[in-house]
Design a protein around this ligand. Structure first.
Ligand code: BG6
Length: 511
């Protein structure tokens, strides 16, 4: 598409951040090396980190500051999304520390506090501290308890103390409620940041702008014009080294309850009264509460789970899920879920929303397809139009970000033939390719204290409430409900039946 002369409307210039110490629990883990450190590096490269800043990593392994620094250097060289620059990295090296949390004696937990006091004094971080929990949900309560005992959570004087908690937030509704209760006993809601990195993705943030900063789409954004919505998150990756984590979670907990539900809410919610955390989170909560609850019958007909077997991805043989490290040979953990969601409100009543996510699929693609109704269309004297595809608006989340609108046009010639065309707009063509991973925005917002792009306590509890009956059903049921699919395919065939029954079909992956 040709670029039009555009005018940029700037709402804000970047706000400068307070001095601060960031403490990462789980600093030896995958998330820290793959996403958190590269994101911090990008923030520094963009000039957004304050000079009075320091990072204390903590984890189970024993290591000195020097070893931690060289490990982080190796990792960053491997996972940086922009060119490695020695000067920028030197800035980090002067601000990186490590405290091991392996030993359980009282001196060990005091070590963290002592380190924080020293680092705070040395780097003049003003007592401001962000505790980032890059650890499994079950480990969070004891860390929070320990921090509270060390008197590190209560905010004193003018300094702030914040807690960022990685997803999944809890394991089910009860554990999420308990976790919220534990956190809220020692901290105020304004200190808590429940992470969902999809909310930091540019193209996910853009859903609200696309819908509410343009006048032309919102009038059609309802059950009068929209036939169905399909949200797809397809991955080619398997569980990699995360078998132990994944065995306890599966795709429903890992992806649907958070990432896909958040995208669903942004796609279907009403316009918030104000662009702020309270308004946006309240609008999302209204949607979450309007999702029709699942019962045994609707789970049987509307939810499909699958697990990958061996196959080929990009011409390379890959192992079955059950042969991945730390996975049980008879595991029933789902690596794929497809489900039909119904929203019981005036705007969406009667519009099926289909969600699917899976690992080891043929394509790596995330998108939201809005399919419009065809029943009001003129048939031009012949049923040609019915043979065409429906008008589809595709919100492309990744790997290429953009918007694509499919519409019918007359094929030039003497007879009336029609064909679907695509108005395809890739953001990279307009704004250049950006190299962020979603964590930059979220870390920046945590450091700023802006909770808009984070889930509220209600949001996570309501969403667990929706998926809990499904988890229970699977737990009590037999392996019959688990559909095996070949790695490199588009998922289990049973997922097609979910839509065919409604007279619809999934979009091809990568279409
Ligand atoms: C994480 C899940 O939250 O999201 C992973 O735990 C998944 O299993 C990942 O692979 C997908 O994120 P992205 O940004 O690569 O689409």
């Amino acid at each position: 598409m040709t670029a039009v002369e555009t005018k940029t409307v700037k709402n804000s210039t970047a706000k400068s951040l307070d001095p601060c110490t960031l403490i990462i629990f789980g600093a030896n883990g995958d998330l820290t090396k793959r996403l958190l450190m590269p994101a911090l590096y990008n923030l520094k490269a963009a000039g957004l980190l304050p000079n009075n800043f320091a990072i204390i990593g903590t984890g189970q392994k024993k290591m000195s500051d020097e070893v931690f620094r060289s490990l982080m250097t190796e990792n960053l060289k491997q996972f940086a999304t922009i060119t490695f620059n020695t000067e920028i990295w030197q800035w980090f090296l002067e601000r990186l520390y490590f405290v091991d949390s392996a030993s359980k004696d009282i001196n060990a937990s005091n070590k963290l506090k002592e380190c924080l006091i020293t680092v705070d004094k040395k780097h003049k971080t003003g007592g401001n501290t962000l505790f980032y929990m890059a650890v499994p949900p079950a480990a969070v309560p004891s860390i929070v308890d320990e921090l509270d005992k060390l008197d590190l959570i209560k905010q004193k004087n003018s300094s702030w103390h914040r807690l960022a908690i990685e997803k999944p937030f809890g394991h089910d509704r009860n554990s999420a409620k308990l976790l919220n209760k534990t956190l809220l006993q020692v901290a105020d809601e304004s200190q808590i940041f429940r992470m969902d990195h999809y909310l930091g993705k540019e193209s996910v943030q853009n859903i609200m702008v696309f819908r509410f900063a343009n006048g032309i789409f919102e009038p059609t954004w309802n059950n009068k014009y929209i036939d169905n919505i399909q949200i797809t998150v397809a991955e080619t990756l398997g569980v990699e080294e995360r078998g132990a984590y994944y065995e306890n979670n599966g795709a429903l907990r890992d992806m649907i309850q958070n990432h896909l539900f958040q995208m669903l809410a942004l796609t279907t919610m009403d316009a918030p009264a104000r662009y702020d955390a309270d308004s946006v989170r309240a609008c999302k909560e209204k949607i979450f509460q309007s999702i029709r609850p699942y019962n045994e019958e609707s789970i049987r007909s509307n939810v499909i789970r699958g697990q990958y077997t061996a196959g080929q991805i990009d011409h390379k043989s890959v192992a079955a899920y059950r042969d991945e490290p730390s996975v049980k040979k008879d595991s029933l953990t789902e690596t794929y879920v497809a489900l039909k969601v119904l929203i019981d409100n005036d705007r969406w009543s009667g519009v099926p929303i289909y969600l699917r996510t899976g690992k080891r699929l043929s394509k790596h693609v995330t998108n939201i397809a809005i399919e419009f109704k065809t029943d009001r269309l003129t048939d031009f004297g012949k049923p040609a139009i019915t043979k065409l595809e429906t008008n589809t608006l595709l919100l492309k989340i990744q790997p290429n970000e953009g918007i694509c609108l499919q519409f019918a046009a007359k094929v030039p010639g003497e007879v009336l033939d029609m064909q679907m065309l695509a108005m395809d707009c890739e953001y990279a063509d307009y704004f250049g390719k950006h190299t962020t991973n979603g964590y930059e925005t979220l870390l920046y917002d945590c450091l700023l204290g802006d909770p808009m792009l984070f889930a509220s306590a209600d949001n996570v509890e309501t969403n667990w409430g929706t998926v809990d009956p499904i988890l229970k059903y699977w737990q009590n049921g037999t392996s019959d409900t688990l559909h095996l699919y070949k790695s490199g395919s588009s998922g289990p065939g049973a997922a097609n039946a979910l839509l065919e029954r409604d007279g619809k079909k999934w979009r091809e992956l990568g279409e």
